[in-house]
Structure formats: structure tokens, C-alpha cells
Design a protein around this ligand. Structure first.
Ligand SMILES: Nc1ncnc2c1ncn2[C@@H]1O[C@H](COP(=O)(O)OP(=O)(O)OP(=O)(O)O)[C@@H](O)[C@H]1O
Length: 242
């Protein structure tokens, strides 16, 4: 498998407020089609890392490549257009609470990523909906679905445009605990089938491991002499959960 994502000596700090925070990523690799859970307590920087990987937040320093593009350089050169195009074509996102557009049907919501990426494919929308058990709901609006069904729509939408990478930030936060294991397993299976790499941020490493994910736990460090709390995500500390 070849490398899809590579970060070296990347850092991102929020210094402005009373409780400054720094995220450090000495080394991180993700291969094409690989799945991984990023685990850490609340405030440990999981969302910050995912936003950086979603090309929505620039790193302060370091080397960062994704799908053959030098992301750190694109940020340095202010190439927001190129970053947005790469995000639209190659990345799918599953937000915590679905993030569906209420005025679009289920089919319209799933097809949204295809329209933005310029690759409309109604057959793929139907195929993903069938796979995820929401094939009968395609004409409904999100308000007419259960919370679990909405999260399945969000998974289908994240995959509809055939992204290389799917990012999911606590995708089971709004789902009943009984459903959470199933949603995580479904997300992994669908990404596997689509050949997409998958990163899931979670505060519950046991649940992610139960759903079959390798887990990368972050190291957290209380504020030192400089008053900055630090979190370190390093692929070298990969913990293969049983
Ligand atoms: N825009 C911002 N400006 C300043 N500080 C921020 C900003 N965004 C996040 N932080 C701080 O960065 C730290 C990491 O936040 P982040 O949301 O990445 O953590 P998290 O692990 O995703 O947390 P949670 O699990 O609660 O969502 C926190 O201390 C937070 O207060």
C-alpha cells in the first residue's frame, strides 16, 4: 500500500487565550485504504488534527503531503483554491451530528458531495443507500428519519464522490449507545469496500477497537513552564488493540 497522508514535525498552537494549547505530530503516516481511530480525552486536539487533515486549518510548521500534493506549501503560498478543490474531490467528512441539509431529500444530501466535486452519479447514490439500509428513504427529508438513519445518510454522502480519505469526528456522538458499535463497524466496512482510507476521532478507544479499528492514542502533557498544554499524536505509538 502506498502512502496517502504523511506528516513530519507538524505543529499547531492556539496561544491567544488564557489556556494555550499546542498539537504536535512528529510523524504520522496513513496508507491508501487504511483505517485508524485517533483516541484522546476531551480537549486533546482530535478535532484540531482532523481539521488540519481536512485541509481546513493550516499547520504552523512542518511537512504535510496528501495524495501527492505538498499541502504545507499550498498553505504557505495561499493557494486556498487548490486546497478547496483537493478537499472537494478527495476528502469525505462525517460530522458528529450528521450535518444534513434539511431542505434536500436523502438522495439530494447523499449526492451533494458528487455535485460539488463535479461527478454526479445517481446509480452510486442508490447503491450506497441500499448498502447502508436506507434505500427506501431516498425521497424523505432528514427530519423524517431516525438519528441512526441520518448518520447512515452522512456516511453515504461522505463516500458518494469516491474520496481517497474519509474523516469522521466522533461520528457516534448523537447515536444511541446500542447503535454506536454498529455505526462504527458500518463506516469501516463501507470505506473498505470503497477503497477509501478512514480516520475516526473518538474519546472511546475500547469502542473503536471493538469495531475493528487499530487505535492511535495521543499523549497529553499538562502545561509546563511556558503554560502551554501539549498533545502529541505520533504513529510510532500505534497501539494495535485486540
Ligand atoms: N479556535 C481555537 N482557538 C483557541 N483555542 C482553541 C481553538 N480550537 C480549539 N482550541 C483549544 O484547543 C484544544 C484542543 O481542542 P480540540 O477541539 O481540537 O480537542 P478535541 O480532542 O477534539 O476535544 P473534544 O473531544 O472535546 O471535541 C482545547 O484546549 C481547545 O480549547
Amino acid at each position: 500500500m502506498s502512502s496517502l497522508l504523511s506528516l513530519r514535525e507538524v505543529a499547531k498552537a492556539y496561544r491567544g487565550d488564557a489556556a494555550p494549547f499546542a498539537l504536535e505530530v512528529p510523524a504520522f503516516e496513513l496508507a491508501e485504504g487504511e483505517a485508524l481511530a485517533l483516541a484522546g480525552p476531551s480537549g486533546s486536539g482530535k478535532s484540531t488534527l482532523l481539521m488540519m487533515l481536512a485541509l481546513a486549518l493550516p499547520p504552523d510548521v512542518g511537512r504535510f503531503t496528501f495524495a501527492g500534493s505538498d499541502i504545507a506549501r499550498l498553505w504557505r503560498e495561499g493557494r486556498r483554491d487548490a486546497l478547496a478543490a483537493l478537499r472537494a474531490r478527495r476528502i469525505g467528512v462525517v460530522p458528529q451530528t450528521g450535518g444534513l441539509l434539511p431542505y434536500l431529500t436523502v438522495a439530494g444530501n447523499i449526492g451533494l458531495t458528487q455535485r460539488i466535486a463535479g461527478c454526479e452519479d445517481a446509480a452510486r447514490v442508490r447503491m450506497l443507500a441500499e448498502e447502508l439500509g436506507i434505500g427506501a428513504q431516498l425521497r424523505k427529508r432528514p427530519a423524517e428519519l431516525s438519528v441512526g438513519q441520518r448518520q447512515r445518510v452522512a456516511i453515504a454522502r461522505a463516500l458518494a464522490h469516491r474520496p481517497a480519505l474519509v474523516l469522521a469526528d466522533e461520528p457516534t456522538a448523537s447515536v444511541h449507545p446500542e447503535l454506536a458499535d454498529a455505526v462504527l463497524a458500518l463506516l469501516k466496512r463501507e470505506c473498505d469496500q470503497a477503497g477509501a482510507a478512514l480516520l475516526v476521532a473518538t474519546h472511546d478507544p475500547e469502542r473503536a477497537a471493538r469495531a475493528g479499528y487499530p487505535v492511535l492514542a495521543c499523549e497529553t502533557h499538562a502545561p509546563g513552564a511556558d503554560g502551554i498544554a501539549r498533545s502529541v499524536f505520533a504513529r510510532a505509538s500505534l497501539v494495535e488493540a485486540a
